[in-house]
Design a protein around this ligand. Structure first.
Ligand code: TMP
Length: 212
């Protein structure tokens, strides 16, 4: 006889520089939780499947140009258009593993020189993650990994600025994992913090909103 509030899913966000390994780790985590019978979904931002997402995708591929403020707001709108579904899923007990969220939104735009308060403003009222995991890698190491350089932001000098932005955003609640460890070691550490967080959510930790 569980109350709905005591069985909600957890909102888990993975953040980090481009090529830090977020996407493969979120895939592995999803598989792990699913195989253990948890109700879980793997999400990512930008969600390129929506109309807004397609505009973002074309911007990232350098097929269109947009003012820095305009693209910032599109990234934010892309989260807003998924907000109610996100809340529904969490309340119905599904845990969401989300590859990038508002922190990417702020980190990348702040790295371009936009005002940090202005960057945060459109994110206010989105659901706050129950856990933020930061996969920590130096911009130089990330640049050595395959595929770096394919999209607009995958440039060493810019990634250095993004790393600085993430440092400004990080707080003591973030779990930082060394992204240069082996895939298996990262996976193990990730599972630990995620299972702890899921337990807290099952026990009735309330959903909250950005920015806390
Ligand atoms: P992806 O490679 O994880 O799909 O992300 C695409 C790029 O978009 C990546 O360089 C990070 C950047 N980004 C933003 O600038 N703002 C955002 O809000 C998000 C979610 C991503």
């Amino acid at each position: 006889n569980k109350e709905s509030s005591s069985s909600r899913g957890a909102l888990i966000v993975l953040e980090g520089l481009d090529r830090c390994g977020k996407t493969s780790q979120s895939g592995r985590l999803y598989k792990y939780l699913e195989e253990r019978g948890h109700s879980v979904e793997s999400w990512r931002f930008p969600d390129r499947n929506t109309g807004v997402g397609q505009m973002i995708s074309s911007y990232l591929a350098n097929q269109s140009q947009l003012d820095d403020h305009a693209i910032h707001l599109l990234f934010s709108a892309n989260r807003w258009e998924k907000r109610s579904l996100m809340e529904e899923k969490l309340k119905s007990g599904t845990t969401l593993i989300v590859d990038r969220y508002s922190y990417s939104g702020v980190a990348f735009s702040y790295a371009k020189g936009l005002d940090i308060g202005w960057c945060k403003a459109p994110e206010i009222g989105l659901l706050a993650p129950d856990l933020v995991v930061y996969l920590d890698i130096s911009p130089e190491k990330a640049a050595e990994r395959g595929g770096f350089g394919d999209e607009r932001y995958e440039q060493l000098e810019f990634q250095k600025k993004v790393a600085g932005s993430y440092l400004a955003l990080r707080d003591s609640s973030w779990k930082v994992i060394d992204a240069t460890l082996s895939i298996e070691d990262i996976e193990k550490k990730l599972r630990e913090v995620v299972l702890d967080c899921m337990k807290a959510c099952h026990k009735g930790k309330p959903l909250s909103q950005l920015w806390p």
